[in-house]
Design a binder for this molecule. Structure first.
Ligand SMILES: Cc1ncc(COP(=O)(O)O)c(C=O)c1O
Length: 421
């Protein structure tokens, strides 16, 4: 297992741009210790494990305070951003059914809102209306409002979104939502532990949290920029009454009265304990310092990419996530050329672009990455045939398939293959 672990995508040295949020080896060892102390405990039963109940309550309260929520704000921890978003959609669906008799729920969201909303729509029978972006790659206010119907239960904005790292105009979206008496969820899974500190460092992104009175819920992941262990997110509602619709109770089961706050049954204690430990250990000053470092690395990278002829940064990324595309060079071929130079790169579609998410692990690689990027672009320019080999060919083919479910089927077959021996 140790030798297999060595062959995984290498992230400690900053050559991977997603999936792992690394704040140094000492912090990782510390997280493992905290996780290990509660490795076997199960937060399904808070009576049996009062320490976990306390950790969870305090993580929720600290996060609510960080996001400018008042004492009314109530939430739970979940296993990650996806579970928080699934829980969000289930909550509003049940809220609208109970309070408005709505049996054909719909939600309105920008195309950039995370794919977990698509999953939630499929799981919970909520129709999703995906709205194209404005020119600045943020939610288009007029189009979002126009998509609201009498069946709409929820509007969504991201702070920031995953594909382009833009913060949607949350305050404006929230007032539209309030005027229509629907929920407004801010997906801050990615930015919840970053934007509060970026604001203190002078990055102004509009009012994007509970300060906007129409915002009724937010999600923020401790396992991303909170630097907790994997398996830790928070979902926060403006009132406990709204949170009620997330809870599930079975009161007539022979196995006893079953009360479950989130989607999981068994809830591992380790991630909850590590989340609490991370927040205690890093603290406000720590998050501020880490954010300053991340913003500095991101700025240097974005400025560097802007100087590379033939590439274009998408939108105006001002946090830690950015994407670029090739203007006169094949984007996916540049991705392959970066992979050949030892970088693990994420490819996006619509438009074809490469995606980067910055953490402190990237502090030492900015110049090396930019050098490699310049030489990758030169390579692709000198060898246009690279666009029709390797992953570039595969992505190029996939993005030109007709919109008739063919791609969907190909990906399902790939999953079948990946999850068989
Ligand atoms: C904006 C946003 N929301 C939700 C998620 C989903 O989080 P997870 O992968 O923890 O389920 C992500 C993941 O990157 C994200 O960027």
């Amino acid at each position: 297992m140790k030798s297999l672990a060595e062959a995984e995508a290498s992230w400690e040295d900053g050559r991977t741009w997603s999936l792992v949020y690394h704040a140094g080896d000492d912090h990782t060892t510390f997280l493992k210790d905290a996780h290990g102390l509660f490795f076997s405990e199960n937060a399904l039963n808070p009576m049996a494990f009062p320490a976990l109940r306390r950790f969870e309550a305090e993580v929720v309260r600290m996060t609510a305070t960080m996001l400018n929520g008042d004492a009314q704000v109530a939430g739970t921890m979940t296993s990650g951003g996806t579970e928080s978003l699934l829980a969000t959609v289930k909550t509003y669906r049940d809220w609208a059914a109970a309070t408005k008799g709505n049996s054909e729920p719909e939600m309105v969201l920008p195309v950039t809102a995370h794919a977990a909303f698509d999953k939630a729509a499929a799981y919970f029978g909520v129709r999703q209306v995906r709205v194209p972006l404005a020119d600045d790659l943020r939610a288009d206010l007029g189009a979002m409002e126009a998509a609201i119907t009498p069946n709409t239960i929820l509007m969504v904005g991201s702070a920031p979104d995953y594909p382009f790292g833009q913060v949607d105009p949350i305050e404006e979206l929230a007032s539209i939502a309030a005027a229509h008496d629907i929920g407004m969820h801010v997906d801050a899974c990615l930015g919840g532990f970053l934007v509060p500190w970026a604001e203190q460092l002078g990055v102004s992104l509009g009012v994007w949290d509970f300060r906007a009175s129409g915002v009724t819920s937010m999600s923020a992941d401790v396992h991303k920029y909170g630097f907790g262990a994997k398996g830790a997110s928070t979902i926060l509602y403006r009132t406990p009454e709204l949170r009620r619709f997330q809870f599930h109770v079975t009161s007539d089961w022979p196995g006893g009265i079953y009360a479950s706050p989130s989607m999981a049954g068994t809830r591992p204690g380790g991630p909850i304990a590590a989340a609490w430990a991370a927040m205690q250990a890093i603290g406000q000053n720590g998050y501020l310092a880490i954010t300053e470092q991340i913003l500095d690395i991101s700025r240097r990278l974005v400025e560097g990419v802007r100087k590379v002829e033939g590439l274009e940064i998408l939108g105006d990324p001002r946090l830690s996530v950015f994407a670029f595309r090739g203007v006169d060079v094949d984007t996916y071929a540049v991705g392959d050329a970066l992979e050949a130079r030892g970088w693990h790169v994420d490819r996006q579609i619509k438009p074809a672009s490469l995606h980067f998410m910055v953490t402190p692990a990237h502090a030492g690689i900015v110049e090396e990455f930019l050098d490699d990027l310049r030489s990758a672009v030169d390579d692709v320019r000198a060898h246009p045939e690279l666009a029709s080999s390797g992953q570039a060919a595969m992505y190029g083919m996939m993005t030109t398939l007709p919109d008739d479910g063919t791609l969907h089927e190909i990906v399902l077959q790939t999953l079948d293959g990946l999850y068989s021996l």
